[in-house]
Design a protein around this ligand. Structure first.
Ligand code: GTP
Ligand code: MG
Length: 237
């Protein structure tokens, strides 16, 4: 039938193939194989986010006992959806396959760390990246160098080993570390962008940038308050 023909035509493009396969009732062997390959990979990335999340939770818990406070407010982890992987590979002109996704995309596994204060971001980043099994691939500091639209966050691309039954895989993961305030801006900016109409672009862009700068100023003031009050907390211990 038409669907089967279409699936055979895009046999090379495994990711696209998987989408179609998943919505189809009749699965040819090849589709089943492609789906399995994808699920193995998806599981690997899920394991990767768990590895990183555990490391962060361990650091946060230790701090609670040693310093009487939590530098981490919240941890969110996600594995990129097949559709989103497909779209990004297409956008960047890469081959559409599970192997290509593994080799070319560094953000299939993503962990977002929401911290209380700006200093906590650099603290967590330093503690995490100094662990023996973590290799830093790239650090983008959008706090020291905010994006033109006002976006702020510290982005780390690292690899972490994941131990499987028959091999050890070094897997890429994107870690975004930001304050509650930066997360507030990024979440709403992301949402507002979908509702944007052409004629309002200039006004919205300017207003969002103003909000981002206002938020950054407040983040600094909160950091200062924290820095002033922290010695008192230490004395109490
Ligand atoms: P992507 O293709 O978006 O992954 O870009 P990249 O690989 O060059 O990485 P970059 O560091 O620019 O951004 C990676 C991720 O950071 C995005 O997927 C978003 O989650 C987040 N991000 C980056 N810029 C913005 C922004 O302007 N607004 C919001 N809300 N999030 C952003
Ligand atoms: Mg990215």
């Amino acid at each position: 039938n038409e669907r089967n023909t279409k699936m055979i035509n895009i046999e090379k493009t495994k990711v696209a193939y998987i989408f179609d396969g998943l919505t189809s009732n009749i699965l040819p062997d090849e589709a089943v194989k492609a789906i399995n390959a994808f699920m193995v990979t998806e599981n690997l990335y899920l394991a990767t986010t768990r590895e990183i999340t555990t490391k962060l939770e361990n650091l946060n818990d230790e701090f609670k006992y040693v310093k009487d406070r939590n530098p981490i407010h919240q941890i969110k982890a996600r594995v990129k959806t097949p559709k989103s992987i497909f779209d990004k590979l297409t956008r960047r002109g890469f081959e559409l396959s599970v192997e290509s996704a593994r080799n070319n995309l560094t953000d299939i596994a993503g962990v977002r760390v929401i911290c209380s204060y700006i200093d906590d971001i650099y603290l967590i980043s330093k503690l995490l990246t100094s662990q023996d099994d973590i290799t830093v691939i790239r650090i983008s500091d959008y706090i020291k160098n905010p994006k033109p639209n006002g976006y702020r966050s510290l982005h780390l691309i690292v690899t972490v080993p994941v131990f499987l039954s028959e091999s050890t895989e070094l897997v890429n993961v994107e870690i975004q570390i930001r304050t509650i305030a930066m997360d507030f801006w990024a979440s709403l900016e992301h949402e507002l962008w979908y509702k944007l109409t052409d004629e309002k672009t200039a006004m919205v862009t300017k207003e969002l940038k103003d909000c981002a700068d206002g938020i950054a100023d407040i983040d600094m003031r909160m950091q200062n308050l924290h820095s002033i009050l922290t010695p008192a907390v230490k004395l109490r211990l």
